[in-house]
Design a protein around this ligand. Structure first.
Ligand code: AMP
Ligand code: GLY
Length: 429
């Protein structure tokens, strides 16, 4: 098969690595890819959101299967276009991508099908939003309805702060069109984890769990980022919690979407808050997490291409996945200054030296090759240094051994990825 993967992040490098290993993959292309993806795919100079360009390429190259990494092209309707061309695609159509593209859409689905989530209201009018905030018994979270690159969620410590946040979104245009409508939610106190499941419109195939670190600095301090590290499985996960997530969140979502005429195909990445042992849905994403995906691909056993194709073709009932017993942990190395402004084109050395570290693998995100062949940083999150281990602690130790081989004065990373899991394991011992 000729396969095209869309995207350029660490998630896509991990997917490319797993897809290229499939016996059924004759040729893998990636649009646009990065310097690491070049090692397992032919990179094509097309942006991930260039729907027209991608469709033209698929036609010209007779691509047999397309896997879409990020959410933006899905929300723009890339999957709709490819399906209309008769090309199987992994990822939901634009209607089903609203599960991530509109927080209000996701919350309304929860309300309709009894999926446990925070109480909420949807507002376009500031005065109505203000009245709702004032009537709430406790603190609230104010969210821009649309895609805001992970920045559209404001956790508020007071009603005044919440009212100001709603005013900025609705009247100040602080998130542009994404904030023209807001969702205001009850604040939930608990512990977070992520759960992944495939769906083919009808059938679900549960995958596994992960946990990420969203804050920029050690101790989960500092600004929110796209994710500074992750590990899988999540230490909070138990068989009964997993069963509850599947039965009360994943299944009713997929069944509800089908009943509402927008069957969901692709991967559901559910952000879960565990409140007194009960899983509640924070958000649905319609793609793999980044860097969660890097840890999932390290643990996956079997053929990723087969499974994603089965989801795309409505044959998920035939598919199986299994996971290594080992844990995986990913440390993100980011450009100094990220998530604020940062320098580009700084030189990274020593990635090859990580090959000597047992169980380690470096996935590239914002990297490119310079004219002289040097590895350069071209983004905020640049490398995902990932390792397997018998425990989270061992995976962490191997991942940091690999990090320490890398010489990149322009970068930084957290030194404590996985700390909650390791602390919990020590307390249990
Ligand atoms: P979201 O993009 O909706 O998942 O929100 C991003 C992050 O904000 C989540 O991972 C949580 O840490 C936090 N968050 C969102 N909604 C709530 C809520 N209702 N209560 C508490 N924390 C929340
Ligand atoms: N790491 C969180 C995300 O991909 O959204």
């Amino acid at each position: 098969m000729k396969v095209l993967l869309v995207g350029s992040g660490g998630r896509e490098h991990a997917l490319a690595w797993a897809l290229a290993a499939s016996e059924r993959c004759d040729h893998l292309y990636c649009a646009p890819g990065n310097a690491g993806i070049r090692e397992c795919a032919t990179c094509v100079d097309l942006g991930a959101e260039d729907v027209e360009g991608i469709c033209r390429f698929v036609e010209e190259e007779s691509i047999d299967f397309v896997v879409v990494g990020p959410e933006a092209p899905l929300v723009l309707g890339l999957a709709d276009r490819l399906k209309a061309m008769g090309v199987p695609v992994f990822g939901p159509d634009a209607k089903a991508a609203q599960l991530e593209g509109s927080k209000g859409f996701m919350k309304d689905l929860c309300a309709k099908y009894g999926i446990p989530t925070a109480a909420y209201g949807r507002f376009k009018d500031f005065e109505e939003a203000k009245a709702f905030i004032e009537a709430q018994p406790g603190n609230v979270v104010v969210k821009a309805d649309g895609l805001a690159a992970g920045k559209g969620v404001i956790m508020c410590d007071s009603k005044d702060e919440a009212i100001a946040a709603a005013k900025e979104m609705l009247e100040g245009g602080s998130f542009g069109a994404a904030g023209a409508e807001v969702v205001i939610e009850e604040f939930m106190d608990g512990e977070e984890l992520s759960y992944f499941a495939l769906a083919d419109g009808q059938t679900i195939l549960p995958l596994t769990s992960a946990q990420d670190h969203k804050r920029a600095f050690d101790g989960d301090e500092g600004p929110n980022t796209g994710g500074m590290g992750a590990y899988s499985p999540a230490h909070l996960m138990t068989p009964s919690l997993e069963q509850a997530i599947i039965e009360t969140i994943i299944k009713p979502t997929v069944e509800g979407m089908a009943a509402d005429g927008c069957p969901f195909t692709g991967v559901l990445f559910a952000g879960i808050m565990v409140v007194d042992g009960v899983p509640k849905l924070l958000e649905h994403n319609v793609r793999f997490g980044d860097p969660e995906c890097q840890t999932l691909m390290m643990r996956l056993q079997g053929d990723l291409l087969e499974v994603l194709l089965a989801a795309a073709q409505g044959r998920l009932d035939e598919a199986r996945v299994s996971w290594k017993d080992e844990a995986a942990l990913c440390v993100v190395m980011a450009a100094k200054g990220y998530p604020g402004s940062y320098e580009k084109n700084t030189v990274i050395q020593g990635v090859e030296a990580t090959a000597g570290i047992d169980g380690a693998k470096v996935f590239h995100a914002g990297t490119a090759l310079g004219a002289d062949g040097a590895l350069l940083s071209v983004g905020g999150r640049v490398l995902g240094v990932t390792a397997l281990g018998k425990s989270i602690q061992e995976a962490q130790s191997q991942a940091y051994k690999a990090v320490d081989q890398i010489h990149w004065p322009g970068g930084f990373c957290r030194r404590d990825i996985g700390w909650r899991a390791i602390k919990a394991a020590k307390e249990a011992a």
